[in-house]
Structure formats: structure tokens, C-alpha cells
Design a protein around this ligand. Structure first.
Ligand code: NAP
Length: 437
């Protein structure tokens, strides 16, 4: 029986999952591959830490270089996370002509170009299915499944923590803080949830998907990113009133020769396929041109789903290594020399519908001034809503409006006029809307 030798950099949540998955499904994997997978070396930081898996003596080390310098190892699985030393270790593994599988979205969003180019120059494979949407095979769908199509848009919910929080807020009326605490207790959110709730994790993932879908380098720092910390129960309630749900949405849309790419809380019509995707689930909608609109839904994180995606890459790479067919698919699905930058559309030029929540004094004339400022900036109001239950004498009231399609620069201009008019008692909440007109 042939063998494929694996080295792991990290054995935390995901690394332990990989070890468990291989043990649990060994017979199936061996049958599919016609070869046995052997975990030869695993690097961790702290050898004294209790582990949920056990490996033969001598396999676990605290020296990551023992993994990448082991001449027997065919595939290095990087599941340590972070920037350094992960980046250097991956580059050294590639230089040593080892195939690499990683779940590290942060690293690929910031240093993907360098890593993709290194893989191509050494003719080794890079698997990164686990970096986006857990078990959902979205990388494979874009790179392989729809490779005959011109992808027009990638749109979706790719952070389970935020989806869980927003779902709890919508279903139980929880505050953001309550929902976050519950997510942490259930293991859906980190102790420090900043990367998730501020939208940064989602931006890492959409940068990776956009670069694959449009075969372009995406400058992560040019992506407009807003998290969900500003979404309040009033916004969730107003969304329901208007027939929408609020989701943290990642969008990458082709517009002629430019790219619209952003991460922000968005109102999605309740009838939209992804609107009903709740809890910690992920959903990605791919508009594939002639291939139609395809929605992939599944668990987006955690030990099981993430290790499932890692193993899909390991099995694919191992198959080609066994065949010796000189395979490696270019990591971006196109040779690096064919990849060119695409200009990103500035947010000010975005044209969509908007939800605005103003906090104003409950006085005559206030509504007329808001309507006047919007009108002066070519913005037409579609619907208006005022939550009657909150009206108390001398207290600010929230006035919620949705607009017809407007240019974001005009919306910002109207908000500036209103700020200067001194009728606003707190910053205005702005949420972009999908599917309006
Ligand atoms: N958790 C998820 O649901 C999920 C989902 C998708 C993608 N990912 C990605 O998968 C990667 C791993 O995530 P995780 O949740 O498994 O992280 P984790 O639980 O913190 O595990 C990290 C592992 O790497 C080891 N490690 C860290 N720095 C090291 C170093 N310098 N030398 C040797 N070992 C080192 C740690 O050793 P010790 O155990 O000794 O501390 C630990 O075993 C990250 O890139 C993450 O973004 C995670």
C-alpha cells in the first residue's frame, strides 16, 4: 500500500479535528485514495498542554522546522494561524517542494499573491478550501465547478459568529451584548471577538473569494469594512417592518471592468434565499452567468467542518501525487501571469437603497427638515417608520426611513447637511439594502 505522509503545523481546534477525521474515516479515505495517510510530525507551541487526541511517541514536537524539514513529508497542513511564523513556514515548505494545505484566511488575504506565486514557481499545490466557509466547498466551486463561467457576483454570509448574533437579536429580541455572550458560551465566538464582529474576518474571506472569482489581486486594505456593533434592536425591528432581515454581508460584484467589494451589515429581503440562513451557518450565492445563480449553504467553522475542508484538499492533492501527473492547479485557478489587478469602485460611487435611522427630538418640523435635506441631495424616500412605543416626552425618538436607489455620495452629503442643522441627537445609522429599487 502506498503512503502519503502528512505534517501538521498546529494541533488546536482545527488540527485536532484533522487528526480525528483521519482516524474516524481512515477506511473510506484509504479506499478512495488507494493509499494510506500517515501523520508523521505535528508541531505545537506547548508540549505540556492536554490534547483531545493522542499520537504515537515522537510525532508531536515544539519545533515547526522539524515538520517542514522532514524529507519524508509530502503535504504540510498549516493550522497554527496568524501572520508569522505561519507565512515563513509555508514559504519554506513550498521551497522544499512540499504541497501545502492551509485554513489561514488572514494570511492568504494579506500575503496570498506571494504564496500563490511561490507555489507556481515550485510546481506544488496549495489547498485553502478551509479558509472560507468551513465545510462549504466554495473555493472548489469557484475554481473548478464554475470554471467555464464568467462569475458576475459572489455574495454571502461568511462569518458564523455574526450570523449567530444577528439571528438571536432577530428571533429573541436580544441585545448585541447578550447575543455575543451567548455565542461565546456556545463556542461560536472567540473570547476576543473583534475580528469577527468588526467584519475583518469576513473581509479576509471575501478578498480570497474575489481574487479567485475574478482572477485578480485584491488589495485587502481597499475593501470597505463595517462590522455589526452598530446594529441595534430597533434596526432589527424596523427591518422586519420593511420585510427585510439584517445580515453581515460580503459582496464582490463585477461592474464592467471594475469591482464592487465590501463587507457591511445589509438588509436582505426576507424572500431572498440566504435571508433564512440563520444561526452559525454560512451561505454563499454565486451568480455564475450561464451557470445561473447557485447558493451553497453549510456550517462555516468549528473543528468538524473546517477539518472536513482541509481533508478535501489533502485527498485531492494526494490523488495527484499518487498519479504523479504533474498536476498542481494554479492556486488562483489561472497562472499568475494571467492575473491582473481590477480597480475597486470607491464606496461613494455605490448606487443602492439605504435604510437610515435618525435620532431626533420629537418636535414639529423635524421630519420636514430631514425630508428636505434628502430631497436637496436627490434622494427619494421609499418608506418611513417610527416606533411609537419609544415615544416619551423630552426623549429623542428614532425615525427610520428607507430610500429608493441613491448614490452613496449623495446620502453622505444629506447626512452632513443634517449634522450641521443640529437636529440630530445621535449619529445616524446607515444600513445598505439589497434588492430594492
Ligand atoms: N477554529 C475554527 O473554527 C476555524 C475555522 C476556519 C479557519 N480557521 C483557521 O485555522 C487556523 C487554526 O485555527 P484554530 O482554531 O485551530 O487555532 P488554535 O486552536 O489556536 O490552534 C493553533 C495551534 O497552533 C499551534 N501554534 C501556534 N503558534 C505556534 C508556533 N509558533 N509554533 C508551533 N505551534 C504553534 C498551537 O499550539 P498550542 O496548542 O501548543 O498552543 C495550536 O496547537 C487559523 O488560521 C484559523 O483562522 C479556524
Amino acid at each position: 500500500m502506498k503512503t502519503i505522509k502528512l505534517g501538521l503545523l498546529g494541533m488546536g481546534v482545527v488540527g485536532s479535528g484533522v487528526v480525528k477525521l483521519i482516524e474516524k474515516n481512515r477506511a473510506d479515505i484509504t479506499r478512495r485514495l488507494g493509499a494510506d495517510l500517515i501523520i508523521t510530525k505535528v508541531a505545537v507551541r506547548d508540549l505540556t498542554k492536554p490534547r483531545s487526541v493522542s499520537l504515537p511517541e515522537g510525532v508531536v514536537t515544539d519545533d515547526p522546522y522539524a515538520v517542514i524539514n522532514d524529507p519524508d513529508i509530502d503535504i504540510v497542513i498549516e493550522v497554527m494561524g496568524g501572520d508569522e511564523p505561519a507565512r515563513s513556514l509555508i514559504l519554506q515548505a513550498i521551497a522544499a517542494e512540499k504541497h501545502v494545505v492551509t485554513a489561514n484566511k488572514h494570511l492568504l488575504a494579506l500575503h496570498g499573491d506571494e504564496i500563490y506565486a511561490a507555489c507556481e514557481s515550485k510546481n506544488v499545490a496549495l489547498g485553502f478550501e478551509a479558509s472560507v466557509a468551513g465545510a462549504v466547498p466554495v473555493v472548489r466551486a469557484i475554481r473548478d465547478g464554475f470554471s467555464g463561467n464568467r462569475i458576475e457576483s459572489v455574495y454571502g454570509i461568511i462569518n458564523g459568529t455574526c450570523n449567530y448574533i444577528l439571528t438571536r437579536m432577530a428571533e429573541d429580541g436580544s441585545s448585541f451584548e447578550q447575543a455575543l455572550m451567548e455565542a461565546q458560551q456556545l463556542g461560536f465566538a472567540e473570547a476576543d471577538p473583534t475580528f469577527d464582529v468588526e467584519g475583518i474576518d469576513t473581509a479576509h474571506k471575501i478578498a480570497i473569494l474575489a481574487s479567485l472569482a475574478y482572477q485578480t489581486g485584491v488589495d485587502f486594505h481597499q475593501i470597505h469594512v463595517e462590522g455589526i456593533t452598530g446594529v441595534g434592536p430597533e434596526d432589527i425591528e424596523a427591518a422586519k417592518e420593511f420585510g427585510y432581515v439584517i445580515k453581515l454581508l460580503a459582496v464582490a460584484r463585477r461592474q464592467d471592468d471594475r469591482l464592487e467589494i465590501h463587507v457591511n451589515p445589509a438588509m436582505i429581503p426576507v424572500e431572498d434565499q440566504i435571508a433564512s440562513v440563520g444561526g452559525a451557518m454560512n451561505a454563499v450565492e454565486l451568480n455564475c452567468g450561464m451557470g445561473g445563480i447557485n447558493t451553497l449553504v453549510g456550517p462555516g467553522a468549528g473543528e468538524g467542518p473546517t477539518s472536513s475542508a482541509i481533508m478535501a484538499d489533502v485527498v485531492e492533492i494526494a490523488r495527484h501525487a499518487i498519479l504523479g501527473d504533474g498536476y498542481p492547479m494554479p492556486p488562483m485557478g489561472a497562472p499568475i501571469h494571467a492575473v491582473s489587478p481590477t480597480p475597486i469602485i470607491p464606496m461613494d460611487q455605490l448606487v443602492t437603497c439605504y435604510y437610515l435611522r435618525f435620532q431626533v427630538a420629537d418636535q414639529p418640523g423635524v421630519m420636514a427638515r430631514i425630508a428636505g435635506a434628502l430631497g436637496e441631495c436627490n434622494i427619494s424616500i421609499a418608506t418611513m417608520y417610527q416606533n411609537g412605543r419609544q415615544r416619551k416626552a423630552n426623549k429623542p425618538v428614532s425615525v427610520m426611513m428607507t430610500t429608493h436607489t441613491a448614490c452613496e455620495a449623495d446620502v453622505k452629503r444629506a447626512l452632513d447637511i443634517l449634522i450641521k442643522s443640529n437636529i440630530l441627537l445621535a449619529p445616524t445609522t446607515l444600513i445598505r439594502m439589497e434588492g430594492g429599487e
